[in-house]
Design a protein around this ligand. Structure first.
Ligand code: SF4
Length: 725
């Protein structure tokens, strides 16, 4: 990478070169938005002001100077000519619904008018924000200023929520992002349906690779031979939906073979005797009949973990909304970590820390009469808005005291992240008004009344990144290039709508860089400093990253201890310790639909990115050779899918015959099968797994939507073929 001249002008890649003439490139600090690991980077622009290259920031603890392939391909988000180019307003032409191009003035005036009308008629609480990422933060500020707390993001109830609730109920702390997993120093890493390597969360991958080089044991539990499984000493190809049985059985071995960390449990935990009694009968022989994992393998892997204790991590996973008992499965993972003494120990989980970014001054937010809490009241341990509850509240129901009437959707393609398309479409049909803000014509834009083209992360400033890590750090994102087309930054959109609603006091700045500058100065730094460094580290203030073995430690639970037995869950009417529940199995001729990630893509947002689409432009259906023999399938053959509810995939998918998947399941990478023709590279390529997910098992504790209980049959004839008579 180039070196700075102090002015941001860098001859790139020729630091040691001779007299080669090189163009001078300008560099601007940013943090990546291709996924939400938020690696700090330098965006290099040429003399014409075009972004041409992204390189990781050496100082950043989220990436250590190395972006993942997707992050490097982030330039494609900026250069993609399929981007949304101008605001669009839904209109009716000759009886047909279509969009017309509009000016920003028109679009923003219309949004403000509708929000005002709906707010006056039903209260501002009836306007909901569904969001993801940095633009969502600016809109969250707008919504709170409007008096609406009806805010949700699929990242909670469709992804990480159960693990946060499960770990909080055990250790009194969320896992959070980045996860405080001390992978670099671990001796044993256990991955349960977690695909580090395919799920390219940068530092986790880098640290896992270092841990393998240092001789760490990897144990992977997965019905699929994933990339992580290929690096593992043990691959346990578990029967899907039976993970809790395996976890209980591992607890049984640790406790009844006296392998657990006795001193740690005595000092820090409560409920051990109840747990011991609870798992008494959950022997490996019991688990074998459920999981198909041999008892000897269960014992051997439990002993391997115990040998590495406390430098062992049973990874909490990330996308954990599988079978509706996901909080309890996450609890089981947390309890297993407690038995191994890994929470607060080197090579296990470190105590994370972040630095607080001062709030830019604004008037107090009004107090909404209701919001996400009330919508999710059926789920007593929900800690954030549940997107599906917002969706349900949008469908008219005389018994619903909290009706939602309008949506603003920002940075999340809900048609690909929310299961049960029928319910989603019914809700969209029912609401009075819908705005979508995105950089790309994602499928969800097709449902909007107004579409706003957002500038990409390389063209805008956003809030200061401050995430938990071993040491606190901040990173800034400043605009590296002018917004292409007629796109605008999210902060500007929020301010414009706010001002039209008479909320100017909440947006007392001309440019978001003023906010950043003010915050940095309050933190003892300056915009000038961060323009030069991109990242700033701060010393820890909360003490050691690990437990002080001599001292005492109070956990943030009701008892102050690690709760192996949860009185809180018991009081709420839930099992105080995890239990195994049998889940439905595929009917004859059907296979369980499993889905996951590819290292070069993030959900559906990158499928059309020219750089990343070049690397992978479609998903494939992994099919076991036994199934291929029965159905006479060969690799490369196009097939369609039909699920248990008769839903047929819009498009075809190519078969990949492989031993790497169990015979009772099929697998595909999530995020393909786009239906918007304006995504010229991604349209019609592969199958959208979410389309096939119509059965949802809801977690009664926190409202997560379990999505792994869907079964598909494979169609070899095109079901959409019209027969000419
Ligand atoms: S992990 Fe990759 S895609 Fe995600 S923020 Fe980092 S560089 Fe970007």
């Amino acid at each position: 990478m180039g070196t700075t001249t102090g002015l941001g002008l860098v001859p790139l890649g020729f630091e040691n070169s001779g007299p080669v003439k090189t163009p001078l490139l300008n560099r601007t600090p940013t943090y990546c938005e291709v996924c939400f690991w938020k690696c700090a980077a330098w965006a290099y622009t040429d003399e014409a002001g075009q972004v041409i290259k992204l390189i990781g920031n050496d100082k950043d603890p989220h990436c250590f100077g190395r972006l993942c392939p997707r992050g490097t391909g982030g330039v494609g988000m900026y250069s993609d000519n399929d981007r949304l180019k101008t605001p669009l307003i839904r209109t009716n032409e000759n009886g047909e619904q279509t969009f017309r191009e509009a000016t920003w003035e028109e679009a923003l005036d219309l949004i403000a008018k509708k929000f005002k009308e709906i707010g006056e008629a039903h209260g501002p609480e009836s306007i909901a924000l569904l969001k993801h990422g940095a633009p969502g933060q600016h809109l969250e500020h707008l919504f709170k200023a409007m008096g609406s707390d009806t805010i949700a993001e699929p990242a909670y109830a469709q992804c990480r929520g159960p693990r946060e609730t499960g770990f909080a109920a055990t250790f009194g702390s969320w896992v959070g992002s980045p996860e405080p997993t001390d992978i670099r120093d671990t001796k044993c890493l256990v991955l349960i349906g977690s695909h580090i390597g395919e799920n390219m969360h940068n530092t986790q991958v880098q640290e896992m690779s270092d841990a393998i080089d240092n001789g760490a044991t990897i144990i992977t539990v997965d019905p699929r031979f994933s990339t992580a499984a290929s690096k593992s000493k043990f691959w346990l190809p578990i029967k899907p939906s039976t993970d809790i049985a395996l976890l209980l059985s591992w607890m049984h071995v640790l406790i009844y073979e006296d392998l657990y960390d006795k001193k740690y449990i005595e000092k820090y935990a409560t409920g051990f005797q109840q747990l011991k009694e609870h798992v008494r009968t959950f022997t490996p022989e019991w688990a074998y009949t459920i999981t198909t994992i041999k008892p000897a393998d269960i014992r051997r892997t439990a002993r391997e973990m115990a040998n590495a204790s406390p430098s062992v991590i049973v990874h909490p996973g990330r996308h954990v909304t599988w079978y509706g008992d996901d909080t309890q499965r996450s609890r089981a993972i947390a309890i297993l970590n407690a038995l191994l003494g890994s929470w607060g120990r080197r090579g296990g989980f470190y105590f994370k820390e972040s630095i607080k970014v001062p709030k830019y001054p604004h008037p107090e937010y009004p107090h909404p009469k209701w919001g996400w809490h009330e919508l999710g009241k059926e789920y007593p341990m929900a800690q954030m808005g549940i997107t599906t509850e917002v969706i349900k509240a949008s469908i008219p129901n005389p018994d619903n005291p909290y009706p939602v009437k309008a949506w603003m959707v920002a940075g999340t393609n809900i048609t690909k992240s929310i299961p049960n398309k029928k319910l989603l479409e019914e809700a969209i049909e029912s609401i009075d008004f819908m705005v979508v803000m995105d950089t790309m014509p994602m499928d969800v834009t097709g449902y909007a009344d107004v579409v706003l083209p957002e500038a990409t992360y390389l063209e805008r400033a956003d809030g200061i990144r401050s995430a938990t890590n071993r040491e606190p750090s901040i990173a800034v994102r400043l605009p590296a290039a002018k917004p292409r087309f007629d796109s605008r930054p999210g902060w500007w959109v929020a301010k414009q709508i706010g001002e039209r609603l008479g909320l100017s006091g909440y947006f007392d700045y001309e440019d978001y860089e003023e906010v950043i500058q003010w915050q940095l100065e309050k933190m003892g730094s300056s915009l000038n400093e961060l323009e030069r460094t991109g990242v700033k580290m701060f010393p820890r203030k909360s003490g050691s990253m690990y437990l002080d073995e001599e001292g005492n430690h109070e956990f943030d639970t009701a008892s102050g201890k690690i709760e192996l037995y949860s009185q809180e869950l018991k009081n709420l009417g839930f099992d105080p310790m995890p239990v195994f529940t049998k889940h439905p199995e595929p009917p004859a001729g059907y296979y369980r639909l499993n889905y996951g990630r590819a290292p070069m893509h993030t959900f559906s947002r990158t499928a059309n990115n020219p750089n990343l689409n070049d690397l992978k432009d479609e998903n494939k259906l992994w099919v076991n050779p036994k199934v291929a023999r029965i159905l006479d399938l060969r690799s490369g053959q196009e097939v369609w899918l039909k699920n248990q509810d008769g839903i047929i995939s819009d498009f075809a998918i190519k078969v990949r015959v492989t031993e790497r998947i169990r015979w009772d399941s099929v697998y595909m990478v999530h995020g393909f099968g786009h239906t918007n023709k304006k995504l010229t590279r991604a349209f019609g390529k592969g199958i959208n797994d979410t389309q096939m997910i119509s059965s949802v098992m809801v977690d009664p504790i926190m409202g997560g939507t379990g999505m792994r209980g869907n079964f598909v049959t494979i169609l070899t004839e095109d079901p959409h073929k019209t027969i000419e008579l």
